[in-house]
Design a protein around this ligand. Structure first.
Ligand code: ITT
Length: 193
């Protein structure tokens, strides 16, 4: 039997852990996710690639972690709002939330409701540990109203392209099938294999 590879995932977000665990548990994967809840500072940089990279460097230096680990940073980008909230997604969610985004989008119709979720996974592999980045994207649109009880964060206002459902109206399995997070994580798994 092939022994399972253990991968440390550092995040404060238990919903992310649930999604990543389901992906790692999927058939024929020899990966076990070890969750570490470490609250690192929220960097305000223009690109989430830079946020993920600098956060991974910060964690490595601050904690002195010797093992391989990964983190991920996610943002919701709305072209009609010039990419807002983008790298500020966590702050914006805490302050104006989904209701606030819907208000900002009130006069936006059709194509102007387009939105993109982007996840950047930063993987620090022992012993080299310079972060390697993997990007995953999901295209969709901002719904007219909050819908669904599943998921987390912006899921109740994000309709995946071509789907009638918001991510919050999908099961974790359905969301994982198409999401920004799964696409970035699958690239990490490809890299590891
Ligand atoms: P960590 O940084 O500790 O991993 P976090 O919740 O702060 O956790 P992010 O900075 O990556 O994570 O997330 C930015 C915001 O986007 C935050 O409000 C999340 O709730 C939200 N978010 C992240 N992934 C999401 C997803 O798949 N669906 C909906 N909202 C998401």
């Amino acid at each position: 039997m092939v022994s399972k590879r253990e991968l440390i995932f550092i995040t404060t977000n238990s919903h992310k852990v649930k999604e990543i665990n389901e992906l790692a548990d999927a058939e024929s994967r020899n990966i076990t996710i070890l969750h570490r809840d470490y609250d690192y500072p929220e960097l305000q940089l223009d690109e989430i690639e830079a946020v993920a990279q600098e956060s991974a460097n910060y964690i490595r230096e601050k904690t002195g972690i010797e093992d391989s680990f990964f983190i991920e940073d996610t943002g919701l980008f709305i072209p009609a709002l010039n990419g807002f909230p983008g790298p500020f997604s966590a702050f914006v969610f805490r302050t104006i939330g989904n209701e606030g985004i819907l208000k900002l989008m009130a006069d936006k119709k059709g194509e102007a409701r387009k939105a993109t979720f982007k996840t950047v996974v930063a993987f620090c592999e022992a012993p080299q540990k310079t972060p390697v980045l993997f990007v995953g994207i999901a295209e969709g649109r901002i719904a007219e109203e909050i819908r669904g009880r599943g998921g987390f964060g912006y899921d109740p206002i994000f309709e995946f392209e071509g789907a009638e459902k918001t991510f919050a109206e999908m099961s974790t399995e359905e969301k994982n099938h198409v999401s920004h997070r799964s696409r970035a994580f699958e690239k990490l798994l490809d890299y590891l294999s």
